[in-house]
Design a protein around this ligand. Structure first.
Ligand code: SF4
Length: 394
């Protein structure tokens, strides 16, 4: 039998129980008003005096930072704007001030490398059936209670196994694997900005696409620079409530909304993910507000994915999201006017498939990451010739 980690084993068993047994223990919790406890703001803090004495092999000077008086530096990559005295480590754990210079410690030092189906990102309107060479280093600027990848996002670079792979090596490996794109993913790629953008520039020169799978918590200047080489993104809109952002993620809502507007203005293809966490992000009024904001500011064409929550990390006692809630949110979003609304982590649901927004015919059928039915010709619906938003196979 294939080796399976304890974490994955728990995930599969939980998924199995919750979908196979409608009257199981989880069902008892349905309709309950979940008690949300814990602090109102879980924003991360700078780790004082935690930097290594010297830069190491995978250290690279930061691209967006300012030197301040007294040897301090302030990082300009994300809205946390960490101010670091010499010897301090950043909120995202992967950036440090050594003798008045800000270094990223994860340049060419990924801890996760995989070749994934692009549908896994999820990206449903970008080169379907293609492979994405996916990489991550350690580090995140958030502290999500429900983090799926906390073993790599909430640790320092020295606390996990890693590989050495500088940008030219990434390009070579991506091409050898038959991937069409490189996805910066799993942890928070914004925190390894220098590695990501250098690799992206090289990827463009070699005919590969760049995909950013992110929480969208980035400042405008670095984002605009990145947009010059970015082809597609999936940005997680964790909630449409700033209070929930503080309590569940340790972030703020407005900078993420700004990111969506910038990507839209820059004409980058992006899709939006919203994880529906019982008791935190399952308020229909807030979901409705989110859909109205998307429609008004970004238009009807950016695909929206509602994802089913499963108990994870610090929220391991919450039940999975009821499928009925997700179905209701999908209908609500489509009634608001968003054209392509999907459900994730709900196998067999029609929300896995793409239907033409004009004639309503089935365009793409998905069974997990497998696509048995494909009814687009170029970028058009095969039936009514409507142009479908996205980046499609030629
Ligand atoms: S990228 Fe990291 S170091 Fe820079 S501001 Fe954000 S959390 Fe701080």
């Amino acid at each position: 039998m294939k080796n399976i980690s304890r974490r994955n084993f728990i995930f599969y068993i939980t998924a199995l129980l919750s979908s196979a047994l409608p009257c199981n223990a989880f069902a008892l919790l349905k309709g309950k008003n979940y008690e949300i406890s814990g602090p109102d703001d879980i924003r991360g803090k700078v780790f004082k005096g935690d930097a290594p004495e010297k830069p190491w092999k995978w250290a690279h000077e930061g691209y967006f930072y300012k030197k301040l008086e007294g040897g301090k530096v302030v990082c300009g990559i994300c809205p946390n704007r960490c101010t670091l005295s010499s010897g301090d480590r950043s909120v995202c754990r992967s950036r440090v001030n050594i003798n008045g210079i800000l270094y990223s410690l994860t340049y060419g030092n990924p801890c996760a490398l995989n070749v994934d189906p692009i549908e896994k990102k999820p990206l449903f309107h970008f080169k379907p059936r293609s492979k994405a060479f996916s990489l991550a280093t350690t580090g995140c600027n958030f502290r999500c209670l429900n983090c799926q990848n906390w073993e790599i996002s909430q640790v320092k670079p020295t606390e996990v196994r890693h590989h050495e792979l500088f940008p030219p090596g990434v390009i070579k490996a991506a091409i050898q694997s038959g991937s069409k794109s490189i996805a910066y993913t799993y942890s928070e790629p914004t925190t390894f900005f220098e590695y990501m953008i250098d690799t992206s520039r090289l990827a463009k020169e070699n005919g590969l696409y760049n995909l950013w799978i992110s929480n969208g918590y980035i400042n405008k200047k670095p984002l605009l620079e990145f947009c010059k080489v970015l082809d597609g993104a999936n940005v997680n809109l964790k909630s449409f409530s700033d209070a929930i952002y503080r309590k569940l993620n340790g972030g703020r809502l407005q900078p993420v909304l700004n990111t969506f507007k910038t990507l839209h203005e820059q004409k980058i293809h992006f899709e939006i993910t919203n994880l529906v966490v019982p008791g935190y992000t399952d308020d229909p009024d807030i979901v409705k507000k989110m859909c109205v904001w998307i429609l008004k500011n970004l238009g009807p064409d950016h695909p929206l994915h509602f994802l089913r929550f499963f108990p994870r990390y610090k929220l391991d006692r919450l039940p999975p999201t009821p499928v009925s809630t997700l179905t209701r949110f999908r209908e609500l979003a489509m009634q608001t006017g968003i054209r392509y609304v999907y459900l994730g982590n709900v196998p067999g649901h029609e929300g896995n498939n793409t239907f033409c927004h004009n004639c309503k015919n089935l365009l793409i059928e998905r069974q997990g990451y497998y696509i048995p039915t494909y009814n687009l010709i170029g970028n058009q619906c095969k039936f009514c010739k409507t142009v479908i938003p996205g980046v499609w196979q030629k």
